[in-house]
Design a protein around this ligand. Structure first.
Ligand SMILES: *Cc1c(COP(=O)(O)O)cnc(C)c1O
Length: 234
């Protein structure tokens, strides 16, 4: 399926169009759209760009930097307490306390040192925040994420540290077909008894939905393109 506009979507605002595309991809795979959480990735976008989505009913948002989230979200969440915020960017251990206080899910757990920092932060905050283990699914040296072979160990350590792991997350290599990597992430999750899959971005979320994504992370298809200089690869 291409990302081209479906004839039914021509007059839809971006949020409704993305939801319609998720719904069609889910139906093709025999799934219901409410099995898929759309995370609206608002990184680099100002509050004025976010408010219209909130007005249209969107409640789950993502950011990739703790500090940016602290600057943008407290007032919005005070006005709409049912908003849920997901962290999708690389996390430094020294920001674990802020991340645990600020976010409702963390998609970038990828190494033992961060796991221990998150465990201590969750103890201090008195709240357990569900995490996704980010897998370096293309084994790319420059990219964040746990090596595929190290996933079982990290999961075992998470269980020991009482850090809840909801599932796996990936960002496939750029410029090549993403679907095989989505399928591989699904297999690794199944092998490890995990049910949630955070995969699929603006260019490939339909394929991800057909391959079992439970969370899609969509930014530019909802908000428009980001400035190139501010794109931070995870
Ligand atoms: C920016 C980002 C997204 C959203 O990317 P789009 O291509 O704009 O949809 C998703 N996941 C992560 C980890 C990101 O950093």
């Amino acid at each position: 399926m291409s990302a081209a506009t479906h004839p039914d979507d021509v007059d839809l605002p971006p949020l409704a169009a993305v939801r319609a595309r998720i719904g069609r991809a889910a139906a093709l795979a025999g799934r219901t759209a409410d099995a898929i959480t759309l995370i609206a990735i608002a990184k680099t976008k100002p509050v004025e760009a976010i408010e219209p989505l909130i007005a249209q009913g969107q409640r789950v948002f993502g950011e990739n930097r703790v500090q940016e989230a602290q600057a943008k979200w407290p007032a919005l969440i005070a006005a709409h307490p049912d908003i849920r915020l997901h962290l999708v960017g690389q996390l430094q251990s020294n920001k674990a306390d802020d991340a645990v206080r600020r976010f409702d899910a963390i998609h970038s757990l990828d190494r033992p040192s961060l796991l221990l920092a998150l465990a201590r932060a969750m103890d201090r905050a008195g709240r357990r925040v569900p995490c996704f283990v980010q897998v370096n699914i293309g084994e790319e040296p420059q990219k964040g994420g746990c090596a595929i072979g190290a996933v079982p160990d990290l999961l075992a350590q998470a269980r020991k540290a009482d850090v809840p792991v909801a599932g796996l997350m990936c960002v496939p290599p750029a410029g090549i077909e993403a679907a095989p990597f989505f399928a591989l992430l699904g297999k690794i999750a199944a092998d490890n008894g995990l049910s949630e899959l955070s995969m699929g971005m603006s260019d490939d979320f339909e394929a991800a939905v057909m391959l079992g994504a439970t969370h899609v992370r969509v930014g530019s298809a909802l908000f428009g393109a980001r400035q190139l200089s501010t794109v931070v690869s995870p």
